[in-house]
Each structure stands twice: as C-alpha cells, then as structure tokens.
Design a protein around this ligand. Structure first.
Ligand code: HEC
Length: 124
C-alpha cells in the first residue's frame, strides 16, 4: 500500500513537471542586437574597451593610454573618415587597439555603420 502511494505521488509529480504552464518564460538579460554591426561589436568583445555606449569606458580601458576613441562624441567622430575607422579595426592602432584582420569588407562596413550610429540620435 505504501509503495502504491509512492508511485502515485511520483506520477503526479512528473505530471506537474510536464505542465507547460509552469515553465518560466524565456528572459533575455539584454535587448537583442538590432544590426549585423551591433552583433559583431558584441561578439568580438569591442565593449570590453570601448564600452556598450562607445564612450571608451569599457573595463579594460582603465589601463590604456591613449584611451579608446569616444564613439559617442559626434564632434570627435565627425573628424574621422570611414577609411581610418576601417583601417584601425583591420590593422590595429597605437598601443591599445588590437588588429582584427579576419573581418570581410562587408563586416568592416557594418561595424563602421554601427560605431557611427553611437554618436547619432536615434532616427525614430
Ligand atoms: C584591448 C582594448 C580594445 C579592444 C578589445 C578594441 N579596441 Fe578599438 N581601440 C582601442 C584603443 C585604445 C583605441 C585608440 C587607439 C589610439 O588612438 O592610439 C582604439 C581605436 C579604435 C578605432 C579607431 C578610431 C580612431 O580614433 O581612429 C576603431 C574604429 C576601433 N577602435 C574599433 C574597434 C572595434 C570595432 C573593436 C572590436 C572588433 C575594437 N575596437 C576593440 C582599444 C580597443
């Protein structure tokens, strides 16, 4: 009799586990990337130095001199042509900016577009 009770309890328990209404909803801790450039920026860990807003305050930036370029400043970014941005990503710059030689031209352009968007007001 005791065994039967254990079996019934187990079956009820497994049944409850299978109840989809009890499952937690999927929660993303951060908004998903909205463009290929943003995806690459996140995947390649650019924010560790450049920061998520591009202002150059990533946690690795503390020890860097010069500091990472402030992508959030329209004034600073206005002075820098696209070709220089691509060149820096592809071949590195100064002591702090590593080279990322593996990007295709298409990926470099997507990154430049995203970096530029950080100093522009949202279009909507
Ligand atoms: C280890 C830290 C670090 C990482 C990781 C890093 N950067 Fe940089 N980046 C820097 C620093 C420091 C500079 C400024 C170099 C200088 O001016 O001498 C810089 C400069 C740049 C520039 C040039 C801007 C200018 O002033 O001409 C671009 C573009 C850039 N980074 C893009 C990226 C992208 C895209 C990634 C990710 C794929 C990335 N960086 C990852 C540290 C980093």
């Amino acid at each position: 009799m005791k065994k039967l009770f254990v079996w019934i309890a187990l079956i009820l328990f497994l049944g409850a586990c299978n109840d989809s209404s009890q499952r937690d909803p999927v929660v993303f801790s951060e908004p998903l990337p909205e463009s290929e450039g943003e995806q690459l920026y996140l995947d390649m860990k650019c924010p560790t130095c450049h920061g998520h807003q591009g202002s150059g305050d990533g946690f690795l930036s503390a020890g860097l001199q010069p500091k990472p370029t402030d992508f959030s400043s329209a004034e600073i970014m206005g002075e820098i042509p696209d070709a220089q941005l691509k060149e820096a990503i592809k071949n590195g710059k100064g002591k702090g900016m590593p080279r990322f030689a593996g990007f295709t031209d298409h990926q470099l352009e997507a990154l430049v577009r995203y970096i530029r968007s950080l100093s522009q007001p949202p279009s909507n």
